[in-house]
Design a protein around this ligand. Structure first.
Ligand code: ZN
Length: 318
């Protein structure tokens, strides 16, 4: 048995004093406390250590811990990176190709800030109204409103059902061009900042990512367009992963590409495909402790930063 605690972070910022205080993230102060807790109670390892276990069986220490940061937020450069350096820890940063190459916002990030700006019930009603219009105008093939609600409006671990429904509709269920258009309109209405300017403030620049890599951080793949891989056709999957590899070629380890499924969404076909193109490992968001001897390395689970002190002690129960 080779246990590994993998932790996932997204936004890590001074929430209270930021322009978007309701964004779901970890406050800087709590992040620093958490790192101190990890230093005291766990043994941080690097991605190279994990791959070395696979290659040569070099055992990891007891309570081995791997820290991962998704989506290329500027927080990771300004807040996370200095704290990790100070504590001699490595972070693995999973970066969507389109953010790195084009500084283009995936719809998912627009949705976070739309929900930050407006009551989720308003967005929920707006999305329902749009769905009614799409159905009555026969713009696309959709199940009825009732069927959609039954299938996609349910409470999740970190989101209420209205939020889950909005995210599902705008991230996956509605046809891509339509959901892209609706998300852009809502972003414009509620956030009201040109998305190129917003993106330039929200993400790390390629130079910053390259500097982190040179300083010992590990850079991983996170698809190109931040799609749910289980929603893509085989052709689209290949196209998206080819684009991700080529966009990220100067920062990933070409011999050891490591991937992380956007939204943690995968299916057998996407996991097999990643294996076939030489990914060494891939991560999900299934919240439990990984066992490198048992778990499929293309489906490594990760716990959320909210599962550990000072947020909670949930990690003791998984
Ligand atoms: Zn992501």
């Amino acid at each position: 048995m080779q246990k590994l605690y993998v932790v996932v972070y997204h936004y890590v910022r001074d929430l209270k004093y930021s322009r978007y205080p309701n964004i779901k993230g970890l406050d800087v102060r709590l992040f620093k406390e958490q790192i101190a807790f990890f230093k005291e109670n766990f043994n941080a390892v690097t991605m190279e250590d994990v791959l070395d276990y696979y290659d040569r069986g070099t055992p990891l220490p007891d309570k081995a811990l791997l820290l991962t940061f998704d989506d290329a937020f500027i927080d990771h450069y300004t807040v996370v990176f200095p704290v990790l350096q100070e504590n001699h820890m490595q972070g693995t940063f999973f970066i969507p190709g389109q953010v790195y190459a084009e500084c283009k916002m995936p719809d998912m990030n627009k949705i976070h800030f739309i929900i930050e700006k407006a009551p989720v019930s308003d967005i929920y009603n707006e999305v329902l109204r749009r769905i009614d219009d799409l159905i009555s105008n026969h713009e696309c093939e959709l199940p009825s409103r009732e069927e959609l609600l039954e299938k996609y409006a349910f409470d999740k671990r970190f989101d209420k059902k209205e939020t889950v429904f909005v995210k599902q509709m705008l991230q996956t269920v509605l046809p891509e061009d339509i959901r892209h258009r609706i998300t852009a309109e809502l972003f414009d209405r509620y956030v009201g900042v040109d998305e190129r300017i917003f993106g330039a403030e929200l993400y790390m620049t390629p130079d910053q990512v390259r500097f982190m890599k040179r300083s010992g951080m590990f850079i991983g793949l996170h698809g190109y367009g931040h799609y749910r891989l289980n929603s893509l056709s085989p052709e689209k999957l290949k196209e998206d992963m080819d684009a991700a590899f080529s966009a990220m070629s100067d920062v990933i380890d070409p011999k050891n590409p490591v991937m992380n499924y956007p939204y943690g969404s995968y299916n057998e076909a996407s996991a097999e495909y990643l294996r076939k193109i030489g990914c060494r490992a891939s991560f999900t968001v299934e919240p439990r402790i990984a066992d490198l001897d048992v778990d499929d390395r293309m489906l490594l689970p990760r716990l959320d930063c909210n599962d550990f002190p000072p947020k909670s002690e949930h990690y003791l129960e998984v």
